[in-house]
Design a protein around this ligand. Structure first.
Ligand code: ADP
Ligand code: MG
Length: 431
């Protein structure tokens, strides 16, 4: 065991079994030592495998190979020292606050009286004193998540695992809860030794964590591991703080993150996972960049749009994939095509969009070629979904087809008939 290691992951790999012989690798070569006293944030693009990694640490998802070790011992089932907080709160609506919190002790061999005592204590600690007998629906979102925290903390876990715990809350509520939790942890009001938080918010990670790992690539690995060497309580306006934020934006926007976005090969042609963003959002973003008229820091832009990186990155990735923008070292600028697009009329835009799509999204060409080869110029969506099924999960296939259809429609390359569930070429297009 490494010195002071609480949890160790050694050569962890995870593949999803898709039935038959098909598997999708999501995580590879994960080597991670987590020490007592650390607040670790796991950051990464959407779908990169952050939640999977957290569930592996919790012992809720088995690894495909490699070892997970807690206090020097390999474990295969649920990690006995860990408790989890979910984004969706996951409370039972028919149970009171006290009952929901007590559930965190369900599997512990202690008397009911003691369970109640512990639950009441933690309810007090998390600021829900007086609400013991309330039901979740009587509470605000912030208070409901306090119950979620209470249920996790009541068992005095060594390791508190949180999967985007603040992302369902409004800005101010989230801010309060982050501050309160940090205070409990820093003042040692809770015996938790280590907190591991999955987040898509770069600022949130820099505000809370002592150490941030960036998980990305296909399959994902730990691409960066950095210490946040700022004292608490951190000030988001402090230039040292924004430096960290800027640095992380640069890291996450590096070519390898964007372009190693899930890619599969079909007959030697690559199919990249296409960012989930509408043509309208892309258009608005390009116009905005045109007005700015200069290279700009991505983190400043996200701030101006008041967007989370999770919502913001797909827009950036979409415009980069289509070569309307170029990202270098955390700065974004329009390419000559991007400038043309931003200045063009509605019709010219469609044309430009079409030409970039054809050049840079090979799967679009495949769709068109298949439709053209059919005498009725039609093909069921299932046919295309099947091509994607071997390499993407069912929800991803859906998302992927939706966005391809949205983009294809906007570019007037093909259309989709909801009724017959067929893609088809219109007479007027592609002549
Ligand atoms: P993140 O939390 O970073 O958004 P996840 O860990 O939830 O990512 O998912 C990583 C990838 O694994 C995604 O492509 C997702 O669709 C896929 N995935 C997640 N859970 C399963 C599952 N049970 N079976 C198959 N694929 C899954
Ligand atoms: Mg997740």
């Amino acid at each position: 065991m490494s010195k002071h290691a609480l949890i160790e992951l050694k050569n962890v790999q995870k593949k999803w079994d898709m039935g038959g012989n098909a598997t999708i690798p999501v995580l590879t070569n994960i080597n991670l030592t987590i020490r007592a006293g650390e607040f670790l944030a796991i950051l990464g693009p959407s779908g990169s495998g952050k939640s999977t990694l957290l569930r592996i640490i919790a012992g809720l998802t088995p690894v495909s190979s490699g070892e997970i070790i807690y206090l020097g011992k390999e474990y295969h089932g649920v990690n006995p020292g860990a408790a989890m907080v979910f984004q969706s709160f996951a409370l039972f609506p028919w149970l009171t606050v006290l009952e929901n919190v007590t559930l965190g002790l369900e599997s512990k061999p202690i008397a009911d009286d003691e369970k109640k005592e512990k639950a009441l204590h933690i309810i007090d600690v998390i600021g829900l004193d007086g609400f013991e007998n309330a039901y979740p629906k009587e509470l605000s979102g912030g208070m409901q998540q306090r119950v979620g925290l209470g249920r996790a903390l009541v068992s005095d876990p060594d390791v508190l695992l949180m999967d985007e715990p603040f992302s369902a809350l409004d800005v101010l509520t989230a801010e309060n809860l982050r501050r309160d939790l940090l205070k409990l942890w820093r003042d040692k009001k809770i015996p938790t030794k280590t907190i591991i938080m999955v987040t898509h918010g770069i600022e949130e990670a820099v505000y809370m964590a002592d150490r941030i790992i960036v998980v990305s690539g296909n399959p994902a690995r730990i691409n960066y591991d950095m210490q946040v060497t700022l004292p608490h309580c951190r000030d988001k306006k402090d230039p040292l703080f924004t430096n960290f934020v800027d640095k992380l934006y640069s890291l996450m926007m590096k070519k390898e993150h964007i372009e190693t976005h899930r890619v599969i090969t079909v007959k030697n042609r690559e199919i990249a996972m296409i960012p989930q963003v509408s043509a309208g959002a892309l258009t608005g973003f390009l116009e905005f960049l045109k007005d700015l008229n200069k290279k700009t820091d991505l983190y400043k832009l996200a701030d101006r749009f008041m967007m989370d990186s999770e919502d913001f990155f797909p827009i950036v990735e979409g415009t980069t994939l289509l070569k309307f923008t170029k990202v270098t070292d955390g700065d974004i600028e329009l390419t000559p095509e991007g400038i043309l697009f931003a200045q063009a009329s509605v019709l010219e835009r469609k044309k430009l969009f079409r030409s970039q799509l054809i050049q840079h999204v090979p799967f679009i060409n495949k769709i068109i070629a298949i439709l053209q080869s059919k005498s009725n110029k039609r093909m069921s969506i299932e046919f295309f979904e099947d091509i994607l099924t071997n390499s993407f999960s069912p929800t991803e296939v859906q998302k992927h087809m939706n966005i391809l259809i949205t983009w294809g429609r906007y570019a007037e390359l093909f259309a989709y008939d909801e009724k017959s569930k067929q893609l088809y070429l219109e007479d007027t297009t592609n002549s």
